[in-house]
Design a protein. Structure first.
Length: 223
C-alpha cells in the first residue's frame, strides 16, 4: 500500500453535504469573501451541541492518500443529536464568549430556543452593547428550531471549533467523566477557561474559511 501512496489515517469528522448544501456554502463564501476583520468581529456566532459521557469516534481510521483527507468517502458524518449526554447552547464574538447554557432537554425545540434568547442571551448581549460602539449581526446555525421548519443554512460557523476545543479539554481531564452530573460540571469549568484571544483567532480565520470553501466548490474543508 505504501508504494501506492495509501496510508492509514484517523478519519475526519464532517457533516454530510448534499449538492444543495455545497451550492449554498459556495454562494455564502463568495458573498463574504471580502469582508474586513472588523466586520467579522461584529458577528455574534451561536450554536447548540451535544456532549456525551462516552461517545467518541475520534480513533476510527481510513485508508487513503495524504491529500484525500476531506474526500467524501473518507469522512465520518457528524450526528448532531445522537446519543445520551448534555445539550448545550453558546455564543461568542471577536471580543469574547457568552456563558455556556446547559439545556435540561434531549433536544432544542423552538420554544426552548426562544427562552434561551430571552432569558440568557439578551442580558449578556445588552451588557456587551453597553461597552461596544458597533452594530452586531446575530448568526444562527442551520438547525430547524431556529426557523420553525427544516432549513440548512450555509454552515461556516467557527463556533464548531469551540465545541471541538471544549470536547478535547474534557477528554484530557485527569479524572474521567463517569456520569452526566460530572460532565455538566466539567463543561461549565472548561468553558469558563476559554479566553478572548481564542475568540479573536477564530474570527480572523473567516477569510481563510471562505477561500477554502471556494476552492472546494462548497465541499468540506480543513475547517
Amino acid at each position: 500500500m505504501d508504494r501506492l501512496d495509501f496510508k492509514s489515517y484517523i478519519a475526519a469528522h464532517k457533516a454530510r453535504l448534499t449538492a444543495r448544501h455545497c451550492k449554498n456554502r459556495l454562494r455564502w463564501a463568495k458573498e463574504h469573501l471580502n469582508w474586513t476583520e472588523d466586520q467579522w468581529r461584529s458577528v455574534i456566532w451561536s450554536d447548540e451541541s451535544r456532549f456525551c459521557v462516552e461517545c467518541s469516534k475520534r480513533g476510527k481510521r481510513v485508508l487513503r492518500k495524504e491529500e484525500e483527507r476531506y474526500d467524501e468517502r473518507n469522512i465520518i458524518p457528524t450526528v448532531k443529536w445522537g446519543g445520551g449526554g448534555a445539550m448545550v447552547w453558546g455564543c461568542f464574538w471577536g471580543g469574547g464568549f457568552g456563558s455556556l447554557e446547559i439545556i435540561d432537554t434531549s433536544s432544542v425545540d423552538q420554544e426552548t430556543y426562544i427562552n434561551i434568547l430571552a432569558n440568557k442571551f439578551h442580558p449578556w448581549f445588552t451588557n456587551v452593547t453597553l461597552h461596544q460602539e458597533r452594530d452586531f449581526t446575530f448568526q444562527e446555525d442551520g438547525a430547524s428550531c431556529h426557523t420553525g421548519g427544516y432549513a440548512r443554512c450555509p454552515d461556516l460557523n467557527p463556533i464548531e471549533h469551540v465545541w471541538d476545543a471544549l470536547e478535547r479539554r474534557i477528554e484530557r481531564k485527569r479524572s474521567p467523566i463517569k456520569n452526566l452530573e460530572q460532565l455538566k460540571v466539567a463543561l461549565r469549568e472548561e468553558s469558563e477557561r476559554m479566553d478572548d484571544e481564542f475568540a479573536d483567532r477564530l474570527v480572523r480565520s473567516m477569510k481563510r474559511r471562505c477561500e477554502a470553501v471556494i476552492k472546494t466548490k462548497g465541499g468540506a474543508t480543513e475547517y
